[in-house]
Design a protein around this ligand. Structure first.
Ligand code: FAQ
Length: 329
């Protein structure tokens, strides 16, 4: 049985689907309240399934599209050590995409539908990957800030109520931690290096700080999906809570590295939380809509890769057909 891709249906804030009963919902919610994981074959509200397919497939697309800005730098890495680290990181992102597409498949989504939704522009992927990588320092800054933000969000998702997503997150987070460390190590080295290296690291931070803040999603008041996701234990923290954790960890570390954060309003409040200035959400929505940034180039590169891989899919299909014919004999 296949289920509609999220782009085919709209949000359902009440969460009650046609033919579903309050008793079914009460039983389902009691399981979540007891901390049980919901598994693929278990009964679940249609809206729970739809929300998970939406989030997990968009997450998978983000991992795969996220390979592009960094992959462009593999041939230009400044040393063998940096090249091997970057190659391992980009390969990891492909693996994360695979785990996540599989997790979405457990909910009845098909790989073909998900890929079609990405390539046609119907499905979203993270806004952060529509920003260009202009210098080598951007590779380090992605590791430090983008993986840093992703880990904050995904550590939370590792505790989510859907078993296959939660388990995929545990594995992905351990790999993302390595990505985060290598990015930080690289930027700290440049921030303490030659004047040119320091300038390169600072200029990169100036471009990536705000997009990294935005990638954790709109403010809670503007987050239409959060209500139902929180109710059903998919999101255990709100967008703003995760963003606050990200800032509190990263601001002191960036300052200690000798870098300046491009936010004149940044300050620490009486509770020790770092408070940021206004976020330019117009830019965020324009980037998501593909009106700003590299959306067209990213989708073009994915389409090219998809077309290039057609012979692999054909070969796999021919092999499967032959195995089935042999088994039938
Ligand atoms: N970009 O109601 P909410 C990574 C959309 S992985 C694009 O708050 P929600 C690894 C959202 O979909 C990074 N769209 O949404 C790596 C919704 O539209 P829809 C990806 C965004 O789901 C590192 C609308 O705005 N991580 O970086 C974004 O409750 C380095 C309203 O928003 C995941 O996907 C955005 N940034 O919260 C790889 C984690 N934010 O779908 C390579 C899983 C929001 O209704 C190199 N996802 N939107 O049409 C999540 O945790 C959540 O989906 C959020 C958004 C927190 C992203």
């Amino acid at each position: 049985m296949t289920h509609p891709t999220p782009a085919q249906t709209g949000p359902n804030p009440s969460g009650m689907g046609p033919g579903e009963t309050p008793e079914q919902h009460a039983h389902f919610e009691a399981r979540i309240a007891r901390g049980e994981k919901i598994e693929a074959g278990d009964w679940m509200p249609a809206e729970y399934r739809r929300q998970l397919i939406r989030m997990i497939s968009q997450h998978a697309h983000s991992e795969v599209v996220g390979m592009l800005p960094e992959g462009e730098w593999i041939t230009r890495a400044p040393s063998l050590k940096r090249k091997t680290i970057l190659m391992a990181k980009v390969q990891d992102e492909a693996g994360h995409g695979q785990y996540l597409y599989h997790a979405a498949e457990t909910l009845g989504a098909t790989r073909e539908d998900m890929l079609q939704a990405l390539l046609s522009g119907k499905a979203k992927y993270s806004s952060i990957f529509n920003y260009p990588t202009y210098t080598w320092a951007d590779v380090g800054m992605i590791g430090w800030l983008v993986d840093g933000a992703a880990i904050k969000n995904q550590t939370m998702l590792a505790g989510c109520s859907y078993g296959p997503y939660s388990r995929a997150m545990v594995r992905i987070c351990s790999e993302e931690t390595f990505h985060h460390k290598q990015g930080k190590e690289m930027i700290v080295a440049y921030a303490q290096g030659t004047p040119e290296q320091r300038a390169m690291a600072q200029e990169s931070l100036n471009r990536w700080w705000w997009p990294a803040m935005m990638m954790l999603g709109p403010h809670d008041a503007d987050s239409p999906n959060s209500g139902v996701l929180t109710k059903w234990g998919i999101k255990l923290k709100s967008n703003d809570e995760v963003r606050q954790e990200f800032i509190n960890e990263h601001v002191p570390e960036l300052l200690e590295a000798g870098l300046t954060i491009p936010d004149p309003d940044l300050h620490q409040d009486e509770h020790g939380n770092w408070r940021h200035g206004p976020i330019h959400w117009d830019e965020f929505w324009a980037v998501i809509r593909g009106e700003q940034g590299l959306n067209r180039e990213r989708l073009g590169a994915r389409q090219h890769a998809h077309d290039d891989g057609a012979w692999v899919r054909d070969a796999l299909q021919a092999y499967t057909d032959r195995q089935r014919a042999v088994a039938a004999d």
